[in-house]
Write a protein that binds this ligand. Structure first.
Ligand code: PLP
Length: 380
């Protein structure tokens, strides 16, 4: 049996998305900037996709910009808001994705702005009062950059609350929604987010396609200069196949949102309770009560088998992610696990499910895990 439990890394293309992309590959090749019929057809396709995404977010089409993924949008929000909007201070957290933390390193190294990191507790939650205090005591033009859902431990930040705090303090709010886009509803008319980024391959669309929302009042200037595509904000000939695939994947995610949520949540609950009751000394990272509905970050006790756990899962046909980064052959605890004080002797595995997974797969994973971790309870 092969089991794909790594949907937070990337998701497979849905059949309907493949079909749509094949249709576009077969029927469209024009450059959307060309004024002739081939160009106009391709342009229509891109603008239809923009409408689909804008309407799903309750934003205007003029606020949606196609990118190559969340990394691009996140880099742009941080760097361009310093350059174009006079941001002097960025407040973030140590559990953000590397496309944020490494950009913040660059900002500090080059003295572009001051950067402050909020404390996080052992579940990965920020301290909202600390955020409010920093903003209210600072006279600096500030940008708050906080993700909605953590990619490693699934902890959800309360983005309505953050948006309330940033609005009250006249700060800008950037939210990395790579993990939650397509899983939750966002109404950007009421949620006061200034910048938001999404990535198609996290919601069953193609890799290399994403979008960025930029609130009209805080429009940014380009980071990529050239042919002035995307209304001058992001040059480069549009990835029409990727954009069409993303639009289809987004549309399906919106239509099936509640069903997927309910199904995956119950699958996760089943997996969680079997892990808890059948494996000894298992712990769960993040906040199971306030977590992405598809992520289980399980921490296993140290044993002679644990360093080989990822390899053994792979041999058993199970794809999941280690809660660690592997560099130069040495596994290091991830920056997220380090920030929440996870014991580096223990072994974390992130299992991330989708609506394409089944209970049989969970049963199989449990059976295999029992051969890989010590001191199991006897089960009948
Ligand atoms: C939270 C988060 N932000 C950003 C990214 C980067 O997305 P992309 O690879 O599409 O640029 C990822 C991808 O893993 C992510 O999980």
């Amino acid at each position: 049996m092969t089991v794909y439990f790594d949907n937070a890394s990337t998701t497979p293309l849905l059949e309907e998305v493949k079909e749509e992309m094949i249709r576009v590959v077969k029927n469209y090749f024009g450059n959307p900037s060309s004024i002739h019929r081939f160009g106009r057809e391709a342009k229509t396709l891109v603008e239809e996709a923009r409408k689909t995404i804008a309407s799903g977010l309750n934003a205007s089409t003029g606020e949606i910009f196609f990118t190559c993924g969340a990394t691009e949008g996140n880099n742009m929000a941080l760097l361009a808001s310093i350059r174009d909007l006079g941001v002097q201070q960025i407040i973030s957290s140590p559990t953000e994705h590397h496309c944020i933390t490494h950009t913040l390193d660059y900002i500090v190294e080059n003295n572009l702005a001051e950067v402050r990191f909020l404390k996080v507790d052992k579940s990965g939650h920020i301290d909202y009062d600390e955020l409010n205090t920093i903003l209210s005591e600072s006279g600096k033009k500030s940008l708050v950059s906080l993700m909605h859902a953590n990619n490693e431990i699934g902890t959800l930040h309360d983005i309505e609350r953050i948006a309330g705090i940033t609005s009250q303090n006249n700060a800008l709010f950037h939210c990395d929604t790579a993990q939650s886009m397509g899983k939750y509803h966002f109404d950007l008319d009421t949620l006061k987010v200034d910048f938001l980024s999404g990535s198609a391959h996290k919601f069953f669309g193609p890799k290399g396609a994403g979008f960025m929302y930029i609130r009209n009042e805080n429009m940014l200037k380009p980071m990529l200069f050239g042919g002035s595509q995307e209304r001058g904000v992001r040059s480069g000939t549009e990835n029409i196949y990727g954009i069409a695939g993303m639009s289809k994947a987004y549309q399906l995610a919106m239509e099936e949102m509640d069903q997927r949520h309910e199904y995956v949540q119950s699958l996760k609950n089943y997996f969680h309770s079997r892990l808890e009751s059948e494996l000894d000394d298992i712990q769960f990272n993040g906040d199971p009560g306030n977590q992405l509905y598809n992520v289980i970050s399980a921490s296993f006790p140290a044993s002679e088998k644990s360093p080989l756990m990822m390899m053994n899962l792979d041999i058993a046909g199970i794809s999941a992610s280690a809660g660690s980064a592997c560099s130069s052959g040495v596994e290091n605890d991830s920056h997220v696990l380090a920030a929440i004080g996870h014991d580096p002797q223990r072994k974390t595995v992130r299992f991330s499910l989708s609506h394409l997974n089944t209970r049989d797969e969970v049963d199989y994973v449990i059976k295999k895990l029992k051969t890989m971790t010590p001191a199991l309870h006897e089960t009948s």
